[in-house]
Write a protein that binds this ligand. Sequence first.
Ligand code: NAD
Ligand code: UD2
Length: 310
Amino acid sequence: MRKAGPILVTGGAGFIGSHLVDGLLAKGYAVRVLDNLSTGKWSNLPAGRDRLELIEGDIADVDVVESSMQGCSAVAHLAAVASVQASVEDPVSTHRSNFIGTLNICEAMRRAGIKRVLYASSAAVYGPNGEGQAIDEDTPKAPMTPYAVDKLAGEQYLDFYRHQHDLEPAIFRFFNIFGPRQDPSSPYSGVISIFTTYARDAKPITLFGDGEQTRDFVYVGDLIDLLIQALEMPRVEAGAVNVGLSRSTSLNQLLETIGSLVGGLPPISNAAARAGDIRHSRANNSRLLARYRMAEPTSLRDGLARLLNG
Ligand code: NAD
Ligand code: UD2
């Protein structure tokens, strides 16, 4: 695999993508990144590295996708408008990236004869279903936003290409991923990126709701190990895989841990819970554990410490 041509990482200048690029380079792979820099930054990636090619371009542009794929051995498709709220405000342009872009990747792979593709889907496909229990992959889907509709449609297209054209998609439904380089600048950024940045800068924090809502937080480094395994395994089984630790943390517990790491918390104000907010989100990760090797996951405290020191 390593000598057979670069891995194309779409969205490689973003939060998760840039960590995947680091992981692949460290393992000796050549990497080509395709990113339109809408939220990603080249400065997330190491400068002047051999084996790393950067292409600024849009996955909604068929020609760009096709030329970027020339000579590649596999694809990690992470590019997307990752903000659920952005998809609610502008479904059409989100759809171009999240749906048309994914279809362009499938078609270009078919034409280039490339088989293996990783796909970053989301727990958002379950909507409120499964709330209050550990959500397994067979839980009925209830996509409630354009973001979730497009992610689910992308999964289904990848299934079609698997049956029809022997593509080998490894589809992952990420729960709440956190770590260094997650952009805290929007109010809809990941809660950990906001809380850690504000705590460090002593800026007031807003807690939507009573803080007893829970999430299944995964440190980005643990995710990258799984993604690289999915590129290297001889065969990918059909069916999407939840990426969560089946570990519930409330926002109040999260704040307490951040406070103990930074030596205190800034003022915290409570605001009304966000419309449509999910109260409890936790993965049943039996399928993940059955298919992938998983070392002891990074504890929330260690992940937060790395983020704060990074
Ligand atoms: P991110 O915004 O940091 O990364 C997305 C990258 O895609 C950015 O670099 C952006 O510039 C690029 N991009 C967006 N539209 C593009 C287009 N049309 N053409 C080319 N590049 C484009 O977000 P992230 O958190 O790193 O998310 C990576 C993937 O994981 C996304 O597909 C996202 O939907 C998915 N995901 C993330 C989480 C999470 O907890 N962070 C949860 C579920 C799913
Ligand atoms: C995450 C993903 C989303 C989708 C969804 C699946 C992120 C950023 N979003 O949404 O893409 O995959 O999971 O169900 O990863 N909060 C505060 N104060 C703040 C910011 C957030 O209290 O300043 C709360 C927020 O109201 C929510 C919780 O923190 O209750 C988590 O919010 P989030 O935006 O990090 O993630 P989530 O789970 O809504």
